[in-house]
Design a protein around this ligand. Structure first.
Ligand code: ADP
Ligand code: MG
Length: 238
């Protein structure tokens, strides 16, 4: 796991600043939610953490080390997206094992890792199925499994539950929180759903128009919103 810090982080597309001078730091093992309305810059922030976008200004640090120039493959992170992006022709086991296969990990070691992850996510009985034979929640678990199998120091999750129905979403929320407790890895979770951010996180960063509006514990943000934007956003059910 790793601590994460942003220093004056800015991202400009053309002449538009979509992320504006964000400073924040979370300790190793945190569950940080990036919370804000659609278009506020959450995914852009996450993509900069992943190394998929270069900051226009400012720095990103993992464990105190500047990673701006570290390519995505060397950042020791795993990313889970809203669209699960599973390989349709592969079985669940093959999907989960894929990141290891790509790295040349031997068959026996891959099988052991898949078994460990499948047990953790209750996918044991589904390993031989293809993605189209799974429910949305099961597919999301496979996507998580594929991230977990690499045992990265940081997990980046971009609205991973937004394609699920309300019941499954609530179940997966609890599962993600339990998973975070169990593995203790640093997680950064993008959501526009204040309930998710409030119930799952150790730290919340409320963002609007690319600007950090408030950063604190869910209780702090809830009880003492820093401004009207935060108060309105937190107070409004999603
Ligand atoms: P969120 O994830 O909070 O919905 P995004 O980070 O996806 O927001 O987008 C923030 C803003 O940046 C939006 O106005 C979006 O249209 C713009 N944007 C995102 N990616 C690009 C890009 N590659 N080129 C130009 N504009 C972009
Ligand atoms: Mg987004």
């Amino acid at each position: 796991m790793a601590s994460i810090a942003f220093e004056g982080l800015t991202k400009r597309f053309g002449t538009t600043d979509v992320v504006r001078g964000i400073d924040l730091a979370v300790p190793s093992g945190a569950f940080l939610s990036l919370l804000g309305p659609s278009g506020c810059g959450k995914s852009t922030l996450l993509r900069m953490l992943a190394g998929l976008e270069d900051p226009s200004e400012g720095r990103i640090l993992f464990d105190g080390e500047v990673v701006n120039d570290v390519p995505p493959g060397r950042r020791d992170i795993a990313m889970v997206f809203q669209s699960y992006a599973l390989y349709p022709h592969m079985t669940v086991a093959q999907n989960i094992a894929y990141p290891l296969r790509k790295r040349g990990v031997k068959r026996a070691e891959r099988d052991a890792a898949v078994a460990r992850v499948a047990a953790m996510l209750q996918l044991d009985a589904l390993l031989a199925r293809r993605p189209r034979e799974l429910s949305g929640g099961q597919q999301q678990r496979v996507a998580l499994g594929r991230a977990l199998v690499r045992d990265p120091r940081i997990f980046l999750l971009d609205e991973p539950l937004s394609n699920l129905d309300a019941t499954l979403r609530s179940l997966m929320r609890s599962e993600l929180v339990a998973l975070h407790r169990r593995i203790g890895r640093t997680m950064v979770y993008v959501t526009h759903d204040q309930l998710e951010a409030m119930t799952m996180s150790t730290h919340v960063a409320v963002i609007d128009g690319g600007v950090l509006q408030q950063f604190g514990s869910p209780a702090d943000v809830y009880r003492r919103p820093a401004n009207r934007m935060v108060a309105g956003f937190i107070g409004t059910p999603a």
